[in-house]
Design a protein around this ligand. Sequence first.
Ligand SMILES: Cc1cc2nc3c(=O)[nH]c(=O)nc-3n(C[C@H](O)[C@H](O)[C@H](O)COP(=O)(O)OP(=O)(O)OC[C@H]3O[C@@H](n4cnc5c(N)ncnc54)[C@H](O)[C@@H]3O)c2cc1C
Ligand code: FES
Length: 285
Amino acid sequence: MNEIVELKKLAPQINLLKLNVPLITQRAKAGQFVVLRINQEGERIPMSITDLDPQTGILTIIFQEVGKTTAHLATLKQGDVLADVVGPLGVPTHMENFGTCVCVGGGIGIAPIHFVAKNLKQKGNKVISIIGARSKNLLILEEEMGKISDQLLISTDDGSYGHHGFVTDVLTQLLSQKVEVDYIMAIGPVIMMKAVCGVTAPHGIKTLVSLNPIMVDATGMCGACRVTVGGKTKFACVDGPDFDGHQVDFDELLKRQAMYLKQERIAMERFKQRLGDKTKEGVAK
Ligand SMILES: Cc1cc2nc3c(=O)[nH]c(=O)nc-3n(C[C@H](O)[C@H](O)[C@H](O)COP(=O)(O)OP(=O)(O)OC[C@H]3O[C@@H](n4cnc5c(N)ncnc54)[C@H](O)[C@@H]3O)c2cc1C
Ligand code: FES
């Protein structure tokens, strides 16, 4: 249990991690997440589920190296065992046959939107996916998204692939073509989810977002993941992570996500120092 069966790089700083966690794969659903801890001293980090196979007990996660713990995770190898993998956590994304659904995934957000889009397709929806990244080399899961979507549209910020610009430009174009859209799900950086909601609000299309505030216990006890939705306080770990995007206070979320930047920078510097020392001693490569 909790064993790494595969860990490989998909793109610079982006890794695919397959874990043997049969108890979680039997119960987990699209939209849920797990909390990992590498070792007894490690911090708990939430990670969305990209895919799972209840037959083999393998859960797939895709993670980006953004700080100390994700950088440490990327140094592990097949056969290593994580101290804890807790889940499934959060409320599953509500699934039904809505009609035509647009799934918007930006950057690492393409990983969780993949599982949502796959399930929406299985429910009989027409799925139009819009995925985007800063540059072509950072675009993940293009082939997988193509397989589960009726239409796949791509954008890159630098124009190296697909539409030159943001996923919101592509969404704006799509909606201006009078395509009947019944439901939109957007997952990605907070600023992207805010922009998507800005595009869809005038059209009155229901838009769900999956929020990623800082989480600590992920069981509704600590309050770290507090978000304001429709003027009410919600805890993303137990009330979400999916919320009605038109009701979310994104500016507050952006501020709260940056609360520990100084401490995160120090932790990363110490980790790099330790890694450098070990490499010099020949203990780690
Ligand atoms: C429900 C949920 C699902 C997520 N799914 C994914 C995923 O599928 N792939 C992925 O790459 N990332 C995902 N994240 C974000 C991921 O948890 C953070 O990138 C990770 O915790 C960063 O840890 P770090 O030590 O490497 O970086 P740090 O240097 O500690 O932090 C870098 C940034 O990551 C965020 N962060 C830090 N600690 C946490 C925390 N405990 N909880 C949430 N965010 C944090 C903050 O915005 C911070 O500024 C998800 C977050 C949530 C809440
Ligand atoms: S992470 Fe503690 S209440 Fe949600």
